[in-house]
Design a protein around this ligand. Structure first.
Ligand code: AMP
Length: 581
């Protein structure tokens, strides 16, 4: 896109980008997308190494002035996909008052998130970005509008409010973005959107992003978009059938608990060698530091490191001096590491193709591979898309508890002792046991010896409980519960599945227990994976030697029984029935 000036082009202009249906070049850089130096600098400072697929496809036509209709979920990098072109067309350090771009979003959380993104990317351009939403003091928003802004990020209700007061002027708007448009329609904002769009210049550029494309949205798009470029992320099956034999698990973890959760999972999984994928260089550096601080042996690997540094990191992994590689996709590209047993996605990957590439690194040559994904409660939909596109089955579990971890550590100690009993030459210790046996019972001597062995092998016991959460029933967009919705307007919660955890509880009998290695997470994972229940719907769980009892909402018992009968738990068929004891 060189030769592109800062001047705006109108939607009617000829757009000469490559065929929009061709696959994006997998290795395109942000420079290739024709972004201005101020933006490239900001992206590089943020550690973004390459554009995500939606950015590769959307940025060139948007910079060229085209309208766009994009189907993409949160987590694909769609915010940057529309924000960068908006900023690209902004005169640096503009002084005029009325905004030139308007981003409409369904919720206050998203308004804040998007304006933070715009602010970050547009720092060197001096971009003035204002989030406006219901529930916040309007006076401050009025004052900011009065002193001048470049981009307004608004919920439709508040935008209309400000428009009616005459404080929001839309006469100079060059670009309107409708983000998560399906959500806005679901929330009853259709009329507000129409009213707002009517106040913007007809020759504006219009961008619409939505996770789903219901028919009603089509009508809106037909009315307000002018010959849009259409982009669907994850429309094709990625190399179907190529997915290797890999055990795939996702753990639902709140963002803040991710480092602790990762540690816990690594303790339970005990990988020989694992690669942990992060989105940015900063995330790589921070996570490496955190994990090393917690006693793991992690090496960073990202595009900001010299070849020599990277070779060194790889060498440490190969020699066993390190067992974790914390990497970005770019840095890990082309690496072929035989001994990898685990791939961890620290975030849900932005594209299903990238998930498939990543997990393709394990499960080779008939060995079992394990893929672990840390998903935030709102990322349910993305994970479902990955499952569909990758043809994968990802079992959703809650993070192992402290009790699980202790049980696992004891298992490891028992295994180590057993190995020693079978193989080691132990005679030279006989004198120690014999002398102690004069004074103590042999069982007590053994207990003390096991304790020492356990402590020597186990590292520190971490007692930090990690919140046990499930996917939000309406996830796929930021949480909007807790009265934060835009002034209570619109259709509210209509159509959302009710929380079921409040009703009376029923109980299930599952004919597998401790003997079969069953942990609470296995049962929660099976139930949430096979039914519509979330982790929070599952009540108390008792695991006995040969069976387990699980509480679920009374009204869901029959469904759960049927669903679990049709599946396996820990690779085994189990007797499942309603428990009436
Ligand atoms: P979004 O889908 O817009 O909600 O973005 C998801 C996350 O990906 C955000 O935390 C962004 O900061 C991050 N992100 C977006 N684009 C990139 C990129 N090209 N490289 C790395 N991270 C990115």
């Amino acid at each position: 896109m060189e030769g592109m000036s800062d001047e705006r082009t109108t939607p009617g202009d000829e757009y000469s980008a490559p065929d929009e249906h061709s696959a994006p070049d997998e290795h395109a850089t942000f420079e290739d997308l024709g972004l201005r130096p101020e933006l490239l600098k900001a992206l590089s400072a943020l550690g973004y190494e390459e554009p995500t697929p939606i950015q590769q496809e959307a940025i060139p036509p948007l910079v060229g002035g085209r309208d766009l209709l994009g189907q993409a979920a949160t987590g694909t990098g769609k915010t940057a996909a529309f924000s960068l072109p908006v900023l690209q067309q902004l005169s640096a350090h503009r002084r005029d008052k009325p905004p030139v771009a308007l981003v409409l979003v369904p919720t206050r959380e998203l308004a804040v998130q998007v304006s933070e993104a715009l602010h970050k990317y547009g720092r060197d351009l001096g971009a003035r970005v204002l989030p406006v939403y219901g529930g916040a003091p309007i006076v401050r928003q009025l004052r900011s509008l009065e002193s001048g802004v470049d981009v307004v990020v608004a919920t439709p209700g508040r935008a209309l409010d400000l428009l009616n007061r005459g404080s929001l002027q839309l006469g100079e708007i060059a670009t309107v973005v409708l983000d998560e448009a399906d959500e806005m329609l679901d929330m009853g904002f259709a009329e507000d959107l129409e009213a707002i769009l009517d106040e913007t210049p007809r020759e504006r550029q219009t961008v619409l992003f939505s996770a789903t494309m219901p028919r009603r949205l089509d009508a809106l798009a037909r009315r307000h978009l002018n010959d849009p470029v259409r982009i669907t992320i994850a429309k094709e099956k990625a190399a179907a059938g190529e997915a290797p034999r890999v055990r795939q698990t996702a753990y639902v973890v709140p963002r803040g608990a991710k480092p602790a959760a990762l540690g816990r999972i690594l303790d339970i999984e005990a990988p020989t060698a694992a690669i942990v994928f992060c989105r940015t260089r900063e995330e790589v550096d921070t996570l490496t530091e955190t994990l090393n601080g917690r006693g793991y042996r992690a090496e960073p690997l990202h595009g900001g490191m010299s070849q020599e540094q990277r070779d060194k990191a790889m060498g440490r992994l190969r020699s066993g001096t390190a067992d974790l590689l914390i990497a970005t996709d770019v840095a890990a590209r082309g690496l072929d590491i035989d001994l990898l047993t685990h791939v961890v996605n620290y975030d849900v990957p932005s594209a299903p193709e990238s998930y498939v590439h990543r997990i393709g690194r394990v499960g080779r040559a008939g060995r079992e591979g394990v893929a672990i994904t840390l998903a935030e409660p709102r990322e349910h939909r993305q994970l479902k898309t990955i499952e569909k596109v990758a043809g994968a089955t990802i079992s959703v579990q809650t993070v192992p508890t402290v009790a699980d971890l202790r049980a696992r550590r004891l298992d490891l100690t028992r295994a180590a002792l057993r190995e020693s009993l079978l193989g080691d030459e132990l005679d030279r210790f006989r004198v120690v046991v014999e002398t102690l046996a004069d004074e103590f019972d042999l069982m007590e001597v053994a207990l003390a010896a096991v304790k020492l062995a356990h402590e020597a092998g186990g590292g520190v016991d971490d007692d930090e409980e990690i919140p046990q959460v499930g996917f939000r029933p309406d996830s796929g967009r930021p949480d909007t519960r807790g009265g934060s919705r835009d002034g209570g307007r619109g259709a509210g919660d209509g159509g959302r599945p009710p929380r079921r955890s409040s009703g009376p509880a029923g109980r299930l009998f599952v004919g597998l227990g401790r003997e079969a290695g069953i942990r609470p997470g296995d049962l929660v994972g099976a139930i949430t994976g096979e039914t519509e229940l979330t982790g929070r719907d599952v009540g108390s769980i008792e695991i006995h030697q040969r069976f387990a009892l699980v509480e679920v909402p009374e009204g869901a018992v029959d469904d759960v029984v049927n669903a679990l009968r049709a599946t396996m738990i820990k690779g085994r068929k189990a007797t499942i029935r309603r428990d009436r004891s």
